[in-house]
Design a protein around this ligand. Sequence first.
Ligand code: C5P
Length: 243
Amino acid sequence: MPAVSPGERLLVALDVDSAERALTLANQLKGIAGGLKVGSRLFTMEGPELVRRLVDSGARVFLDLKFHDIPNTVAQAVDAAVRTGAWMINVHASGGAAMMQAAARAAADAATAMRRPAPVLIAVTVLTSMDEAALHSTGVIRPLFEHVVALARMTQVAGLQGVVASPHETSAIRAACGKDFSIVTPGIRGASAGQEKNDQARTMGPAEAVKAGATYIVVGRPIIAAPDPRAAAQAIVDELASA
Ligand code: C5P
């Protein structure tokens, strides 16, 4: 597994509806969260200016926009994402090897042009909202699990640094892709992340997910909806540190 400290592992999903709320959370979580995830809703409302403000406040930003388009368009989108200062960026692996290679080249070139370290570029394999029947209905007929692992390997061969995966897929991906591949895992519940499942079905606790192979865990509501987000995040980091 890449060398990542317990404090760096926790990525907090800023699933809120305004820049003001996002910046308040960023301030509350300063020095505790290893990264802050900005998804397509917040980005569509508040744009790259919010990402720049978060970066300027010292946060590492995971820009979770899941690009999926022709290689040239994805390369241009990745270039634009790197220029916001984002630390982690993602695309859909199902866009194919050529698309991912173009994304990887664009990430490296933009980082060089900005004299910054290259971002962590990762791919979504199969959305965890899809079950095997939904996958098969798209024309992919191999077993879902096999497809996830094959897409993870394709991502690695294309030169990306990791994938997003459900907690139950991490150990197979870790076995297939080796210790230096980053695995980013949402669906974290239980133990210090609380018992409220919201709409997450197949979950794991923070330390359990890392033990199963996750490099980073993504936690949203157990932190952002807690009465004291900082204390909720600290409890999770403490669990990771003592595991
Ligand atoms: O609030 P919660 O901890 O469930 O938030 C998890 C975050 O991870 C959300 O931003 C959600 O969109 C994202 N995510 C997920 N499952 C995936 C991919 C992303 O829950 N397979």
